[in-house]
Design a protein around this ligand. Structure first.
Ligand code: E4P
Length: 236
């Protein structure tokens, strides 16, 4: 397996935030889910979802956009997966590892989409390395661990990521590890260090990574010393 490249994805459906961080050149993709779509004001059923997803896909083209199915009925999930991929070539389909009552059908559909329909799948809502290993074995392109929710349950998400990294390497699996559910700036780097290839982060945490108070102070010093060179007021 060649060197695994890491990258930051943006976990949002906010078009302005996507444009802002895409123009900074710091994102390698975008992830959404129904909760994120509602939070960002998407309404009006399929018309609303299609419009927003197409808009984001166009802004970040050819970078990948994850769009999540809105049902757990296998036939409906298949219909939606095929529909989403007609909206843009860069769209991959998010399917939860199992249903609200533990329905295991989801993994059969993941396998079918990847192997029979040539549709890329991001298996989501996973809390453990063992869930993600099964999703990778089913052929998923992306396996998404919810690091913040794992930590919130009192477990150390870094251990699950390290464990998953070792399992996928032992399997020779090409599945890419996404860690999402970010809660603090530290999450981004510590999850990469633990073996994540992709950390999908809420936009404001990128600002937290970027802006440092001592950098501000240092830049102010440079600017005020630069003024001294020109004498004040600065001669044009
Ligand atoms: C990403 O793909 C997930 O849907 C998202 O990060 C979940 O985050 P949350 O735990 O804040 O809902």
């Amino acid at each position: 397996m060649g060197q695994r490249l890491i990258g930051i994805f943006l976990d949002t459906a906010n078009v302005d935030e996507v444009i802002k961080y895409h123009t900074l050149g710091v994102i390698r993709g975008v992830t959404t889910n129904p909760t994120i779509l509602v939070k960002e004001g998407v309404a009006n059923g399929w018309l609303g979802i299609e419009k927003r997803c197409k808009e984001i896909a166009q802004i970040i083209d050819p970078l990948p956009l994850s769009v999540e199915v809105t049902s757990n009925d296998p036939a409906e999930m298949l219909r939606q997966a095929r529909l989403f991929t007609t909206w843009a070539k860069s769209i991959n389909v998010k399917i939860t590892i199992h249903g609200p009552n533990g329905e295991t059908e989801n993994l059969r559909l993941v396998h079918e989409l990847e192997t029979k329909h040539d549709i890329r799948v991001n298996v989501t809502a996973m809390m453990s390395a063992q869930q993600a290993m099964l999703a990778a074995m089913a052929g998923a392109t992306y396996v998404s661990l919810f690091g913040g929710r794992v930590n919130n349950m009192g477990y150390d998400s870094r251990l699950e990521i390290r464990r998953l990294r070792a399992l996928l390497d032992a399997l020779g699996s090409p599945a890419r590890i996404i860690v999402g559910s970010t809660r603090e700036v530290l999450n981004v780097i510590e999850w990469f260090e633990a073996g994540a290839e992709i950390v999908t982060t809420v936009p404001h945490l990128i600002e937290g990574m970027l802006v440092h108070p001592y950098t501000k102070e240092t830049v102010r010093m440079f600017l005020s010393d630069a003024e001294k060179i020109f004498g004040s007021p600065r001669a044009k």
